[in-house]
Design a protein around this ligand. Structure first.
Ligand SMILES: [Mg+2]
Length: 260
């Protein structure tokens, strides 16, 4: 019994020591799926541990609100999982909202996206297990439950959307993103960093995916740290959460939301 507990403790300490602690003066930017949460078979099937929203709100409070979730998910999805009151870059930065609830970037829909909706629904319906996620500024086609359909889905989606200048197609974990060109997670960080409470703080970004690489590079190039779950946390979401929970500044932070 003691031996098992000791092994668990040692493993936790090993995970915790993978990265230098967060500093109290940094601005924190966090991807969600594959970074804060283990990836599930569908986006709706993820599990949010009850401590995690509380931890994020406390990390934000300890930095005067300088923490943003930066995800491919919709704004509504992110609020449902973590509560309101956090700064959010949704849909890969196409939509930006400050911690005070003010929308900082919210483009109107685009004809190219509207035109794609019906053909993409028909395409996904022909591949049982595949899933179409419809967002305000794009789509994600998921094939985690239909891995054999991957090539056919990519080819058909590329045929449908690839010729449209306004759109960009990107690979993701067992998925393909189709979204409006011009916004990515790096531009989201750059936007947030222009104003309080983010401006003047070294940016720290953590992500796990191809779509996170621009933000990882941006944070590192702007006096902060760009961290990758696979390269810097041994591929462990739990290690990222332990690292965040080890932040000493957070212990004394005042609650900011109903979660507290
Ligand atoms: Mg991710």
């Amino acid at each position: 019994m003691f031996r098992a507990a000791r092994v668990l403790y040692d493993e936790a300490m090993q995970r915790r020591s993978l990265q230098a602690p967060l500093s109290g003066d940094c601005a924190v930017f966090l991807d969600i799926d594959g970074t804060l949460l283990d990836i599930a078979v569908t986006p709706d099937a993820v599990t949010v541990p009850p401590f995690l929203p509380v931890l994020l709100h406390r990390l934000a409070a300890a930095r005067d609100g300088a923490l943003a979730l930066v995800s491919g998910r919709s704004m509504a999805d992110i609020d449902r999982m973590f509560g309101t009151g956090l700064a959010v870059a949704a849909e890969h930065g196409a939509l930006l909202r400050g911690a005070d609830g003010e929308m900082l970037r919210a483009p109107a829909g685009h004809a190219a996206l509207t035109a794609l909706a019906a053909p993409l629904r028909q395409l996904v319906a022909r591949h049982p297990g595949a899933l179409l996620e419809e967002k305000q500024c794009g789509f994600a086609i998921h094939w985690r439950r239909a891995p054999d359909s991957r090539d056919a889905l990519v080819a058909a989606a590329t045929r449908l959307a690839g010729g449209e200048d306004a759109l960009v197609l990107l690979p993701a974990h067992s998925a393909m993103e189709i979204r409006l060109r011009g916004a990515d997670k790096a531009t989201a960080l750059a936007h947030f960093m222009q104003a309080a409470p983010f401006a003047g703080r070294p940016p720290v970004f953590v992500g796990d995916d191809t779509t996170d690489e621009p933000a990882i590079a941006w944070a590192a190039a702007h006096g902060g740290r760009g961290l990758h779950v696979g390269r810097d946390f041994a591929g462990s979401v739990e290690a990222v959460r332990d690292w965040l929970a080890a932040d000493r500044e957070t212990a004394g932070a005042a609650p900011r939301s109903a979660f507290d």
